[in-house]
Each structure stands twice: as C-alpha cells, then as structure tokens.
Design a protein around this ligand. Structure first.
Ligand code: GDP
Ligand code: MN
Length: 388
C-alpha cells in the first residue's frame, strides 16, 4: 500500500527520521485557512495524492499568510493530478531550503538485499537526472554485513559522501539514513523515498517529502496497518481501484498492448509471448473462470480505458469456460462499448474453440481479428500496437 506524503512523514517521525513539525490534514479551504492561522507565518499547501510530480502540476504551493493559503487551496482542491483528484490537503510550516538532495531505500531483488540511492541533485525528477547525468546518482547495494542490527553508521556516511553531499550535510544525512533504514525495516516498507531531502538555511537535514510503500503481505504484524486507509485518498491507480471494485484482477504496466486472459498462469504466459514478440504489455487482466458477456464488457472496458493501450490481446483457454460463450461475450461487450479505436486480437483454444472462432468470423467485426496460436496472436497484437 502506498502512503500519501503526510502519512509517510508520520511514519518517519515515529522512527526518528527528521521531518518538519507536524502540520494539519484539511478537506476544505476553511480548514486550510484555520490551519495556516494556527501554524502562523509562511506555510506550504500540499495536495495529498498517491502520485509524484505534484509540484509540477501546481499541487504544492508556498503561501506567505493564511488568506493566501486559503486562496491557493481553492485551486488545489479538485485538481486532477495524473488521474488522482485532490480531496485532501496537508498544510505545513514552510521550510527554508538551502539545498535539495535525494535519498531512498528499497529492496534489491538481484542482490537479495537492500539498495540505497542517494544524489546531491534532488528535488527534481530523479529519473531525468539518472538519464542525463547517471554519475550524479549513487546506487549502493547493502551487504548483509552492513545491516546487522541496523545500517552501520560508517556505511551510511560512506554512501552520502560518495553521493557528494556537501561536507556540512554529511553527518546529519548519515544519521538520517541510519534511521530511514530502521524505518524501512521496522515498518515492512518496500520503498522509502525522500525527494527532496533538504538542508535548511540553519543547517539541519530533514525529509521535505515522503514516498512510502508498505508491504501488504506483512500487514498481519502491524496492528495499525488499516489505519493508513483514509477517506478522500484514491487508491494507488484509479483503474486498479475500479477493477478491485468489480472483483477483477487487474495490474497496470507501462507498455502498449492490453492483455486479457483467463487464469493467472495463462496471463503470465501471455505477457511472456508479448515480450518475445518484441512488445510491452500495458496491463494485464485475469477474467477468471466463467466470464459472462457482462464481465467481459467490464474487463474490456477497463483494459481499453487505459490511454496507453493501442491494441488488445485476448487470450482464452477454454476449460470449464466454453470458447463459444466467450466469443459471444466479446461481441456483446463490443456492442455495449460502441465505437472503439483499438483492435482486438483474439486467440481461442480448448473447449469449443472451433465454435468460438466461427462465431467471431461470422460476426466479421471490424475491430476483431481471430488468431490461431498464441505466438501468432502476440505478433499481430504487437504489430498493431506499434503501428497505431
Ligand atoms: P512532489 O512534486 O510531488 O515531489 O512534491 P514535493 O513535496 O517534493 O514538493 C515539490 C517542491 O516544492 C519541492 O522540491 C520544493 O522545492 C518545494 N517545496 C515543498 N515544500 C516546501 C517548503 O516547505 N518550503 C519551500 N520553500 N519549498 C517547498
Ligand atoms: Mn517530491
């Protein structure tokens, strides 16, 4: 589960990672004004959504007084940031920034350990820094010997030094990193990212932003896990949330081929053949066992409403599910959806596959292509997605 910034800061604070003084969580401009009045002086008005780039989108504004805080909050409430509509704002005492750095801890699956990423060039898009100036982003795997009883202080200092943090920031940054690592491990996080980590004008090093993901599989050992779920904050991905509501297993990826199949194993294999054909899946969706026309419609609608989807690969193996019913389901779904721009490549195999293909061929729908094998279907879908 992804936490929003103010929750990440709460989690940091209880693990002694330095953050600005606690602010106020607000749901109306009146609450923002009251919070700014009670904090006093210059405040920062920050949208709380589960996506990055809030600053660029106008979702983070510094306000010199309470009236201005109120005014900017009216612009921020309702703002759509990458599909996440702002309903909650966090008001915090504004920090005086001298410099902005980047620091994160995550799992390192390759090395079966942890990875620390640190850069003296924070505050901005770290992926961009990594592309244009990869040497400025230090990526340090931690050895098991580094992390016995916590991250060794020497190792933390070595990392922030290697990242070229200025002399006067190194000691406090190393202390902070040791605590960040504790927070990561104690809280069963999968990501703890601070961008920017700042040096204030009076020389302190604190986390000005917090992006924390917690491992849902470890929820059983955290009594307060469910308390992180609060009203007004969208789920991690709007489409995933809709799928969850409809009881459909849907995962968003970042390619251009929508993948829809029945059964987790087949769906995984479908991702592989798409990759083998030189493509990238945009998402994958498991329609499960007996997919009715209605479930098919909901599933197709979900896959197609992802703007990255340029073509869809429907891969069905009929076992208990009959392919003729699936074929009718697909056609029924397309009827319900009306005009769509993307083409569907459908591969049916197993129970009543021939009947299913006949139904699709006879319908002669302009957006549906029937393929005989998985490999062929993948090639077609990738070609369509590439040329679209
Ligand atoms: P993000 O855009 O979603 O990553 O949101 P951040 O919390 O990182 O804020 C974006 C930028 O706003 C930061 O890099 C800072 O430059 C600026 N900012 C955020 N909080 C403060 C603050 O308290 N004081 C000042 N002066 N700038 C801030
Ligand atoms: Mn940030």
């Amino acid at each position: 589960m992804d936490l929003v910034e103010f929750q990440g800061k709460q989690l940091f604070a209880r693990n002694d990672v330095p953050v600005p003084p606690p602010g106020a969580v607000c749901r109306t401009p009146d609450e923002v004004e009251a919070a700014a009045t009670s904090i006093g002086g210059t405040v920062v008005v920050k949208s709380q959504v589960k996506t990055g780039g809030r600053g660029k989108a106008g979702g983070v504004r510094v306000a010199p007084d309470a009236a201005t805080a109120r005014a900017v909050s009216t612009d921020i409430f309702g703002l759509d940031i990458k599909g996440h509509v702002v309903r909650v704002i966090y008001v915090e005492d504004a920090s005086d920034i001298a410099e902005e750095y980047y620091l994160s801890v995550m799992h390192d699956r390759v090395n079966k350990g942890y990875l620390v990423i640190c850069s003296a060039e924070g505050g901005v898009d770290i992926e961009e820094v990594n592309r244009t100036n990869p040497d400025a982003v230090v990526k340090e795997p931690l050895l098991p010997s580094d992390t016995v009883g916590g991250l060794a202080r020497d190792r933390a200092l070595e990392i922030v030094t290697k990242a070229n943090l200025p002399d006067d920031a190194r000691e406090p940054a190393a202390d902070l990193l040791v605590r960040l690592f504790d927070a990561f491990r104690n809280e069963d996080a999968t990501l703890a990212e601070i961008n920017p980590l700042i040096k204030t004008t009076d020389g302190r090093v604190i986390a000005l932003d917090a992006k924390v993901s917690l491992d849902g599989n470890a929820a059983f050992r955290h009594d307060d896990y469910d308390e992180w779920k609060i009203d007004g904050i969208d789920a991690d991905d709007p489409l995933e949330a809709r799928a969850k509501q409809a009881g459909i297993a849907y995962v968003k990826l970042d390619g251009s081929v929508g993948v829809l199949g029945n059964g987790a194993g087949l769906v995984m294999a479908t991702l592989d053949v798409v990759a083998q054909a030189g493509g990238h899946a945009a998402n994958f969706l498991d329609v499960g066992g007996g997919a009715s026309a209605e479930e098919m419609a909901t599933s197709l609608e979900l896959v197609l409403s992802d703007p990255n989807v340029k073509a869809v690969f429907v891969n069905i193996f009929g076992g208990i599910t009959r392919c003729d019913l699936i074929a009718e389901g697909i056609l029924g779904a397309l009827d319900q959806l009306g005009d769509i721009s993307q083409k569907l490549v459908v591969r049916l195999d197993g129970t009543n596959a021939a009947e299913g293909r006949t139904i699709l061929n006879e319908a002669n729908h302009p957006n549906v292509l029937a393929a005989a094998t998985m490999g062929e279907a993948a090639k077609q879908a990738v070609a369509l997605a590439t040329s679209a």
